[in-house]
Design a protein around this ligand. Structure first.
Ligand SMILES: [Zn+2]
Length: 374
């Protein structure tokens, strides 16, 4: 059976274009996902490449347009399923969210938890959540690998967010052992994908922050934790005004990952033209340091800078320009600067930078206790 997604039916040696019905409008017509199927003449894995679930993040769309070419198909072994715009409503309106779902569209993918859909006091899943559920089922059917492209902040470093792999430890000892071994295998594949892509790497937040923020229901979070498919989120710097160097380096990185997956021949190409941060120890992402008073800040660091605990991060002043509170906000940890948070005006408790901080947590962990209880 040839691979089909929506109206696109894969054909060896060809680029095939089509659409997939996402959401039907009350005003008639549909929001449809653009689908490109790129199938080589030689057999091989199926790799899903997606972008733009956050509608104001545009670099991935450009990278996929540059990557998916007739020349690529000629050399390809296997099939690329490319969806360059996962959130057409957000893309049209330049907003992170789709106007028909309040909330983050990248927290709507399935988790493994039982849900009580019959409680009339609980809102039913929105049209978008239902649509992404259907899309996820299609992905599970065909994908061997998945990369989802995003952007973080203006000027942020191009980086990978690597999900941890969680496993169930509530079965018999033999079941737990098998679940752990399977999780470790998946985690190794994630590590290899990161290595092949060649940009800076950050592990996702620690266990409770990850589940509190429903990151297990992001595209790649769900792919890893539910579908057990190697999947990684790439963050490509500025969203609304893509950095051409990052877009280019993304295409190179994706080409390297396709080589890793056995879908293209040849050596990995070096990543050039962007900052690649190699602190020498694993890091996870965190918003830090945070201001203690309402203030205006002036950053003293650049995205990509390595910092030591105690290093100055930003000057802190009142609106009149007088130094206040800590005067100089310093880093409370070693690490590196992912990017400055947007704006210079801060309320107490807000972070002035995103940092990669030393990560001593394992990348394979049991699910938190009670996770599968409703
Ligand atoms: Zn995003």
């Amino acid at each position: 059976m040839p691979l089909q997604l929506g109206t696109a039916k894969a054909s060896p040696g060809k680029l095939v274009y089509g659409t997939w019905d996402l959401v039907e409008h009350p005003t008639g017509g549909f929001d449809r996902l653009p689908i490109v199927l790129a199938q080589g003449n030689a057999k091989g894995p199926t790799f899903w490449l997606t972008a733009g679930i956050h509608g104001n993040e545009h670099a991935g769309l450009q990278a996929l347009h540059l990557l998916i070419t007739k020349e690529l198909v000629r050399k390809l072994q296997g099939t690329i399923v490319c969806i360059p715009a996962l959130n057409p409503a957000g893309l049209r309106t330049l907003r992170r969210e789709a106007y028909y779902h309040p909330g983050d569209p990248n927290r709507l993918f399935p988790d493994d938890k039982p849900r009580n859909l019959s409680d009339p006091d609980v809102d039913p899943p929105s049209v978008l959540e239902q649509a992404y559920g259907r899309l996820f089922a299609e992905m599970k059917e065909s994908a061997n690998y998945w990369i989802d492209l995003h952007n973080t902040w203006t000027g942020s470093v191009s980086m990978i967010y690597r999900d941890r792999v969680y496993f169930r430890d509530d079965g018999t000892p033999a079941q737990v052992k098998a679940a752990k071994a399977e999780a470790e295998k998946l985690d190794r594949q994630l590590g290899e994908m990161c290595e092949a892509y060649g940009h800076s790497v950050l592990n996702e937040m620690g266990c409770s922050a990850y589940f509190d923020d429903k990151l297990n229901r992001s595209t790649t979070g769900a792919a890893v934790s539910v579908a057990r498919i190697p999947a990684i989120t790439m963050e490509l710097g500025t969203g609304h005004m893509p950095d051409p160097n990052i877009v280019k380096a993304c295409v190179t990185g994706l080409t390297n990952v396709l080589k890793w997956a056995g879908m293209l021949e040849g050596e990995y190409e070096p990543i050039t033209g962007i900052k690649v941060v190699k602190p020498g120890y694993p890091c996870r992402r965190r918003g830090t340091p945070r201001v203690s008073v309402p203030c205006i800040v002036r950053h003293l660091v650049e995205p990509g800078d390595l910092v030591k605990k105690g290093d100055p991060i930003a000057e802190v002043r009142d609106i009149w320009g007088r130094p206040i509170a800590e005067k100089i906000l310093v880093s409370d940890t070693d690490g590196w600067i992912m990017g400055r948070t947007h704006g210079i005006v801060h309320y107490p408790g807000t972070e002035v930078t995103g940092m990669g901080v030393p990560d001593d947590l394992p990348t394979v962990m049991p699910y938190p206790k009670g996770h599968f209880r409703r």
